[in-house]
Design a protein around this ligand. Structure first.
Ligand SMILES: Cc1cc2nc3c(=O)[nH]c(=O)nc-3n(C[C@H](O)[C@H](O)[C@H](O)COP(=O)(O)OP(=O)(O)OC[C@H]3O[C@@H](n4cnc5c(N)ncnc54)[C@H](O)[C@@H]3O)c2cc1C
Length: 466
């Protein structure tokens, strides 16, 4: 029987393992799949923790429905009925700028009337219609792109907060092509973002009136979706579908060796396994360590992918102590604000049952590529800093009744300028080693959807090669 070893137990690994088993079953292929995870639990960055009646997400709090793969995976796992869409009021998102929370506009009228961007800034955004398409196909930073097409104010108040919210990243370093390939494509295909929006809206209207598409209530961004018991329901279900006998937790893979007969030896501290194929679903730095002995060039390429650290701070309050309106998704901070947090999600307003009745749960993120040094602060310093930020931004001075601080020393891979070229080199180099595959959020997207999409591709590729 052909054996596949998958190193790592995050969503990338588990989705790949499950899909491999399913595809093998449907094609009558005898395939053994084993997952090796160094921690004593599976899920990687996904971990939904019950804390004194609150449901605190250690990492992601859901996935967006604007891409099909995670929904498809949930369907295959029989989880569709359990999906929990975020509350409608979670479409209200805010940006803190110049001492005030501003609601992000949803349409052209709101764009014209909103207080976040000055008239001058709005004019710069409107001028995007006439900015010529960039000729060069070379990558550029997200900040350069934003300055070139939308102006400094849009960069500070729209683009930088978005970069912080998704990647905890620094737009000056982030790759446009790697982080936002769709935005890059829109400029290439349509000549600009507003031109693309006009053409696509018109096209959608025509198709809709011809009955070819239905109206999408989700809009282009999709709806943030999870489960009543948190996003970990997905990884738990994957794990039970894969089978406990096929998942070895608490097993750090210390080395990989190619065997003379082809295939791979997977070395743990005290054991060794054989596999025909190995899928490294580990972060890039961990994969670099594993391949270094037989592929030093590949290891050095993998090491070029940097990670930013992030602290996630969950604060629970009695709702009688909170005077302000927290009906919404939460807020991100504009660039240049002195308060050193990335933003705060109003978790108990986003999803039902995140806090006990009469309680409110906030989740504040800090650190990231712009302020990594904040992770050196002690827990009490971090707590104080977050409470100070809530006091300034939301006028909350009450003491929280729940405090949980989760630290991610290497939270999110940073796709820097040139990332897509770097990944192409990594994949080309890895392809020289028969049966070696890479699947992790370090390469082609950091969202759960991206990890699942990559899992579908790799499962297809491995099965096709049998
Ligand atoms: C705070 C935070 C919030 C986020 N929010 C969202 C969100 O709302 N929506 C969204 O779509 N995405 C979000 N993301 C991103 C998303 O969580 C990740 O991209 C995704 O979970 C990564 O999954 P993965 O399997 O690729 O990697 P990981 O989850 O990092 O899994 C890698 C696994 O490899 C294991 N490992 C490492 N070395 C070894 C070894 N030598 N042997 C065995 N095992 C090893 C690790 O222990 C780990 O379990 C967030 C991320 C963070 C950190």
């Amino acid at each position: 029987m052909r054996q596949v070893a998958i190193i790592g137990g995050g969503i990338s690994a588990l989705a790949t393992a499950y899909l491999l088993q399913e595809k093998a079953k449907s094609q009558n292929i005898a395939l053994g799949v084993k997952v090796f995870e160094k921690e004593n639990r599976i899920g990687g960055k996904i971990w939904s923790r019950q804390e004194d009646g609150y449901l605190c997400e250690w990492g992601p709090n859901g996935f967006l429905t604007n891409k099909p793969q995670t929904l498809e995976l949930c369907k295959s796992l029989g989880l569709s009925e359990q999906l929990l869409a975020s509350n409608d009021n979670a479409r209200k998102r805010f940006v803190y700028a110049n001492g005030v929370l501003h609601k992000l506009p949803h349409n052209q009228i709101e764009f014209l009337t909103n207080s976040l961007i000055s008239w001058r800034g709005k004019l710069c955004i409107a001028r995007e219609l006439f900015v010529a398409k960039r000729d060069s196909k070379n990558d550029e930073s997200l900040a350069d792109f934003a300055r070139r097409r939308l102006g400094d104010e849009a960069l500070a108040k729209l683009i930088a907060p978005m970069a912080g919210g998704i990647f905890a990243g620094d737009p000056e370093q982030m790759s446009l092509q790697g982080c936002f390939p769709r935005i890059y494509q829109l400029e290439q295909e349509y000549g600009g973002l507003l031109k693309a929006m006009l053409k696509l809206t018109k096209q959608h209207r025509v198709e809709k009136s011809a009955g070819k598409v239905s109206a999408s209530p989700a809009g282009p961004g999709g709806v943030l979706t999870s489960f009543a018991n948190g996003i970990q329901v997905l990884t738990d279900k994957l794990s039970s579908a894969i089978g406990a006998e096929n998942i070895i937790c608490g097993s750090t893979v210390t080395a990989l060796k190619r065997t003379p007969v082809g295939g791979w030896q997977i070395l743990l501290k005290e054991q060794a396994y054989f596999a025909d194929d190995v899928i490294l679903a580990t972060p890039a730095y961990a994969s670099a360590d594993l391949v270094y002995s037989f592929a030093p060039k590949l290891a050095s390429l993998l090491q070029q992918i940097n990670y930013s650290p992030l602290a996630v701070v969950c604060l629970g309050y009695d709702e009688r102590e909170i005077d302000c309106d927290v009906q919404g998704f939460g807020y991100l901070l504009a660039r240049g604000e002195e308060i050193p947090v990335l933003g705060t999600l109003w978790d108990s307003s986003i999803f039902a049952k995140r806090a006990p009745n009469g309680k409110i749960l906030f989740r504040t993120m800090l650190g990231g590529a712009v302020r990594p040094e904040l992770l050196k602060l002690s827990d009490s310093e971090i707590q104080q800093l977050v409470q100070d930020s809530l006091a300034t931004i939301m006028k909350i001075t009450a003491k929280p009744e729940l405090v949980r601080i989760y630290r991610h020393e290497q939270a999110i891979p940073q796709y820097r300028v040139g990332h897509t070229q770097l990944v192409a080199q990594i994949m080309e180099n890895a392809a020289q080693f028969n049966g070696l595959h890479l699947n992790n959020n370090a390469y082609s997207g950091v969202g759960i959807n991206d990890c699942v999409a990559a899992a579908y591709r790799i499962a297809d590729k491995v099965i096709a090669q049998i």
